[in-house]
Design a protein around this ligand. Structure first.
Ligand code: PNS
Length: 162
């Protein structure tokens, strides 16, 4: 069985992430979308909230499950016996960072963890969770960026009732 992990912060999930999830779920038999519990970053949503939103947004995809992890991705992947990590590439600016992480993960896993990149669909190439949060923090329209239930949760965090 071909399995992959799509790791990320997903703070919160956007249509860009969902595009990658759908396409990776078509390629692999089983896809685990895993939210990083990163103690260094201060996220808008808790890990539990991010997992819940991802579960809701992917409920129509039977071969996708949602999980969370702390620590190194290579340790998490080894524990679950998964050998492919999925990452989305939006632009050349993503590439340098992603290449370094992918090479580090391959090296430090002894070749056990490879990274497969999917290029984000052009209509979502501009999209990032940070941009969405910034627009929403000024009560701007984010309906093109995230599912409606996610948008409602973001506005709630910033004190806007919609
Ligand atoms: O959505 P993001 O924040 O761009 O995702 C980054 C992520 C979660 C893929 C990356 O930070 C990660 O895998 N972190 C876990 C720690 C780790 O294994 N780092 C790689 C070696 S430096």
């Amino acid at each position: 069985m071909r399995a992959a992990i799509y790791p990320g912060s997903f703070d919160p999930v956007t249509y860009g992430h969902l595009d990658i999830i759908r396409r990776a779920a078509d390629i692999f038999d089983e896809l685990t979308v895993s939210v990083l519990n990163n103690k260094i970053k201060t996220p808008l949503f808790s890990v539990e909230e991010r997992v819940k939103m991802l579960e809701e947004a992917t409920k129509d995809l039977p071969n996708v499950r949602v999980d969370s992890f702390s620590g190194l991705l290579i340790d998490y992947a080894r524990k679950h016996d998964v050998h492919v990590a999925i990452r989305g590439l939006r632009a050349i600016t993503d590439f340098e960072y992603e290449l370094q992480i992918a090479q580090t993960n391959r090296k430090f896993s002894g070749g056990e963890l490879d990274t497969m990149f999917l290029t984000t669909s052009l209509e979502y190439a501009y999209l990032s969770s940070s941009t969405v949060k910034e627009i929403a923090s000024f009560n701007g329209d984010i309906s093109q960026c995230v599912p409606e239930f996610v948008a409602r949760s973001i506005y709630e965090k910033y004190g806007y009732g919609r």
